[in-house]
Design a protein around this ligand. Structure first.
Ligand code: OSB
Ligand code: MG
Length: 368
């Protein structure tokens, strides 16, 4: 496929409610979007970076720089065999996976349209319906959190993830388990602890959590392996895994029993598929992580979640949990069983709403 034109946009949209993790609170999202035109078709991708370099070092601004000055000039006006070939071309750039993913994923949408198949099918997805969970941030009070959990459980979501940090953990989990003894529950620490907290972390075991996500350093696997030997709760790695090779090493040393795959963090659909394959071969279940995406990123997450190894409920939830009005039509909805149907129509399966996107755009740059 020959890439004729690329458009970079930054949009700004308020969240319907703030989202708080151990590293901070987000109220408004700024999201960089990529639109690629090739072969008379167009595809969109989303940069899933946070506004601040707290989850990872990437931000919309670093992605804009890497896309404008490197990734876009490298692909523009050239003929490519496949999105995977483009992923290979991006390899000399170390890191900046979210910038790479946005462009590569847009190409997958074009490829799927060209072949007349769904994006899910284009990447080898087989599941027609995916299981969904929710991620609930740190709240102003435990009572508020319990109310939120009750709401999501009655909406049908298959598992509840709560964010934890020192001072908002054992006490909170205790209250949740008293109120909801049977729900599928997990906790995400976003690297809020160290091995010095070992005896504290051991207390998590009494809540029979499905897993604890990224308790230790954002770039660590060694200490996670040490911790996993000391606790019975399965460790799930998020921040630490950026590639299939990284996943292999983490599995090899016993740093985790589960992996959360984020499309941006691993650098796009080609890499996500490879991480999936390594985990599947090693009997490590995977699930799709979320980054408070707009509809574009959400649609890509749904396609990725159709790969057969995505057996655990992901952080892929309804548009309305985040946005008063999403930028795709239809918006993402979740069934009363806590599932999303994977679109079978050619391409992304959701139509980017150009009028709505234009309205929330705060900057734009055209190439080609
Ligand atoms: O660690 O999974 C995380 C949101 C922002 C940054 C990091 C994380 C999250 C979430 C939200 O947990 C998941 C979602 O998009 O619903
Ligand atoms: Mg996480």
């Amino acid at each position: 496929m020959k890439i004729n034109r690329v458009e970079l946009r930054e949009i700004q949209m308020p969240l319907v409610r703030f989202f708080e993790t151990s590293f901070g609170r987000t109220t408004t999202r700024r999201i960089a979007l990529v639109r690629v035109d090739a072969e008379g078709l167009s595809g969109w991708g989303e940069v899933t970076a946070g506004e601040e370099p707290f989850y990872s070092y990437e931000t919309p601004e670093t992605a804009w720089h890497v896309l404008r000055d490197f990734l876009i000039p490298w692909v523009l006006g050239k003929q490519w065999v496949s999105p995977s070939e483009v992923a290979g071309r991006f390899r000399p750039i170390r890191g900046h996976n979210m910038a790479k993913a946005a462009l590569e994923n847009a190409l997958w949408v074009i490829e799927a349209q060209q072949k007349g198949i769904s994006l899910a099918k284009a990447i080898g997805g087989t599941l027609e319906e995916i299981p969904c969970g929710v991620s609930i941030g740190i709240q102003n009070s435990v009572e508020e959190l319990l109310e939120k959990i009750a709401g999501e459980v009655s909406a049908g979501y298959q598992r509840i993830k709560v964010k934890v940090k020192p001072g908002w953990d054992i006490n909170v989990l205790e209250r949740i388990r008293t109120e909801f003894p049977r729900i599928a529950l997990m906790a995400d620490a976003n690297s809020a602890y160290t091995l010095a907290d070992l005896s504290h972390l051991k207390q998590f075991d009494r809540f029979y959590l499905m897993m604890i996500e990224q308790p230790l350093g954002w770039d660590d696997i060694i200490d996670h392996a040490k911790l996993q030997k000391e606790i019975s709760t399965p460790i799930c790695l998020d921040e630490s895994i950026h590639s299939a090779d990284g996943a292999r090493k983490a599995i090899e040393i016993g740093a985790c029993k589960i992996i959360n795959v984020k499309l941006g963090r691993v650098g796009g659909l080609t890499s996500a598929k490879q991480v999936h394959d390594v985990c599947r071969a090693g009997n490590i279940p995977v699930w799709c992580g979320g980054m408070l995406e707009s509809g574009i990123g959400r649609a890509h997450n749904i396609a990725m979640s159709s790969l057969p190894g995505f057996t655990l409920p992901g952080d892929v939830s309804a548009s309305k949990r985040y946005w008063a009005e999403d930028i795709i039509d239809p918006e993402v909805t979740v069934s009363a069983r806590g599932t999303i149907r994977v679109p079978q129509a050619p391409g992304l399966g959701y139509e980017p709403n150009l009028g709505r996107i234009e309205k929330v755009t705060i900057r734009k740059e055209l190439f080609g």
